[in-house]
Ligand binder design. Structure first.
Ligand SMILES: NC(=O)c1ccc[n+]([C@@H]2O[C@H](COP(=O)([O-])OP(=O)(O)OC[C@H]3O[C@@H](n4cnc5c(N)ncnc54)[C@H](O)[C@@H]3O)[C@@H](O)[C@H]2O)c1
Length: 104
C-alpha cells in the first residue's frame, strides 16, 4: 500500500518507519526544515526504540503536499495538538491545519 504522512515529527516519523518496515511504500510532507534534514541525512535527533536503525535503511522521501495526496492510498496526519492550562485541546489550531490540508 502507498502510505502518506502529513507531519513527521516525534510520533509521525517513527510510525512512518514502522509502517515502511512492514513492506509499505511511505512518503511524507512536513514544513519543518529540521524534519526534512532528519529525513535527508538519516540522523535522528531524539531517542526512539529501533527508529534510528530503521531510518538508516529507509527509503521514505519528503514530498510536496500535492504529491503526498496524489500518491497515497491512505494519509496519516500526526501534527501537534496544542493544549491549554488544563490540558484541553485547542481545536482552533487543529481545525485550521486540517482545513489547510483539505483545501490544498
Ligand atoms: N510523541 C509521542 O510520543 C506521542 C504519543 C502519543 C500521541 N502523540 C500525539 O501525536 C501528535 C504529534 O505529536 P509529536 O510528538 O509528533 O509532535 P511534533 O511537534 O514532534 O510533530 C508534529 C509535526 O507536525 C508538523 N506539522 C505541523 N503542521 C503541519 C501541516 N499543516 N502539515 C504537515 N505537517 C505539519 C510539524 O512541523 C512537526 O514536525 C500530537 O497530537 C501528540 O499529542 C504523540
Amino acid at each position: 500500500m502507498n502510505v502518506g504522512f502529513m507531519g513527521m515529527g516525534k510520533l509521525g516519523l517513527p510510525v512512518a518507519l514502522a509502517i515502511e518496515k512492514k513492506g509499505h511504500k511511505v512518503i511524507g510532507y512536513d514544513p519543518s526544515p529540521q524534519v526534512q534534514e532528519t529525513i535527508r541525512t538519516k540522523k535522528l535527533p531524539y531517542k526512539e526504540a529501533q527508529a534510528k536503525e530503521w531510518l538508516n535503511k529507509s527509503n521514505i522521501q519528503h514530498k510536496s503536499v500535492q504529491q503526498v495526496v496524489e500518491h497515497s492510498d491512505i494519509i496519516f496526519v500526526p501534527i501537534q495538538t496544542p493544549h491549554g492550562d488544563k490540558f484541553e485541546v485547542q481545536q482552533e489550531y487543529l481545525m485550521k491545519e486540517k482545513i489547510s490540508i483539505i483545501v490544498i
